[in-house]
Design a protein around this ligand. Structure first.
Ligand SMILES: Cc1cc2nc3c(=O)[nH]c(=O)nc-3n(C[C@H](O)[C@H](O)[C@H](O)COP(=O)(O)OP(=O)(O)OC[C@H]3O[C@@H](n4cnc5c(N)ncnc54)[C@H](O)[C@@H]3O)c2cc1C
Length: 345
């Protein structure tokens, strides 16, 4: 959607979408209010090739995005954790796109199944017939939330053309727990602020206990970087241990019961460094993003064009770049689309 609004009207552009409407992920994003971007955006907020990400963000960053939105009378509001959201609802950004896309041809309810190329011409095979085009931009996102269109087609198309791709895996998703942490499940509905370190990265934020395991912003960020092994939680959230613990009573009770031994004081000290190995995660149906995607070493960072096939482009989450929680994934989708549009224009 961003790409098509930025493309020159002289180009003959057409969007093929399997859903009946465009932008379903934007509609449900940020709890329906769309966390568009963040006050602080850098390549450090992404899992992926940081040079590639930096090149894209250096060209079109969060200030560019905020300027673009405000030039169309959308002024996002800055909320908790430096996140920019739509004022009332994600329909504000969808309405903006739709108003800018009036002249763009859209073919909805149509699933792309395959893309091939002969001489200079691409053939896009869909479940409704074929289209031909001189250029193709794959903006098909990731496998997350299959019920609203999450798919792997982008990887299939890329691989067909000889691209390397890392399989999608759920990211920004809750963790399931091993038997040692089944006590977490007794705390379903309770939330507390904690700190944790994974793969050398430190995150703070809300940890939410659920009937399946743990979730909440802190855990979603951890899931982006966790591959296997232990994660260390500081349930005191960076504060030194003292006898006045500001933690939910039910949590303390379950925690103390879960640890062997009689020395309450020693057990409580362990709140600062609680080791935990997730069993797995809640899967694609609950994952706000997927890590993995088309390898960026085979994509030109200044154009988003394939280094293997002329005229083939990639934007957004289909590439092997995944952002942390906080508006980074939409920023990535919009920035990479802007780089691509600039080149195509
Ligand atoms: C619940 C949820 C909340 C989120 N909240 C936020 C947030 O607040 N902030 C943020 O930055 N990010 C958020 N994200 C992530 C963000 O929505 C995505 O990273 C972003 O939408 C990716 O943009 P994209 O254009 O690459 O792909 P998408 O927005 O996923 O668009 C891809 C489109 O391609 C279509 N498609 C797929 N396969 C086919 C096919 N075979 N044929 C035709 N069409 C096809 C899909 O139906 C879809 O409409 C959230 C994600 C989820 C699931």
């Amino acid at each position: 959607m961003m790409l098509s609004t930025l493309l020159s009207k002289k180009l003959n552009t057409c969007i093929v979408e399997q859903n009946s409407v465009l932008g379903e992920k934007i509609r449900i994003s940020g709890g329906g209010k769309c966390n568009i971007t963040n006050l602080h955006v850098s390549s450090n907020n992404y899992l992926g090739d940081s040079e590639f990400v930096k090149t894209v963000l250096d060209r079109f960053d969060n200030s560019w995005l905020l300027d673009y939105l405000s030039s169309h009378h959308l002024i996002p509001v800055l909320k908790k954790d430096n996140c920019y959201f739509c004022k009332k609802s994600s329909s504000e950004i969808l309405d903006l796109f739709h108003s800018q896309m009036r002249d763009i041809k859209k073919i909805s309810n149509t699933r792309v199944e395959k893309v091939t190329k002969k001489d200079d011409l691409f053939t896009i095979q869909t479940d409704k017939g074929e289209l031909r085009s001189l250029k193709v931009v794959i903006a098909s996102g990731s496998k997350s939330y299959p019920r609203i269109g999450g798919s792997e087609i982008g990887l299939k198309i890329a691989q067909h053309f000889g691209h390397t791709a890392n399989l999608f895996e759920p990211a920004l998703v809750g963790f399931t727990v091993q038997p040692e942490q089944f006590w977490f499940k007794n705390l379903s509905g309770i939330s507390l602020d904690a700190t944790a370190i994974v793969d050398g990265k430190r995150f703070s934020g809300a940890l939410l206990f659920t009937h399946k395991g743990i979730s909440g912003p802190l855990v979603l960020n951890l899931s982006l970087y966790w591959k296997k092994g232990k994660i260390e939680f500081d349930f005191l959230n960076g504060l030194p241990y003292s006898k006045n613990l500001n933690l939910p009573k039910r949590f303390l009770k379950e925690y103390l019961e879960s640890i062997d031994g009689d020395d309450r004081h020693e057990k409580l000290k362990g709140l600062k460094s609680y080791s935990f190995s997730p069993a797995g995660n809640f899967g694609f149906s609950k994952a706000e993003a997927s890590r993995g995607g088309v390898c960026t070493t085979e994509i030109e960072a200044h154009t988003m064009q394939s280094k293997i096939v002329d005229g083939l482009y990639f934007t957004g989450e289909v590439m092997d770049v995944t952002g942390e929680l906080g508006g980074y994934n939409l920023q990535w989708a919009f920035s990479s689309a802007a780089v691509c549009a600039e080149h195509l224009n």
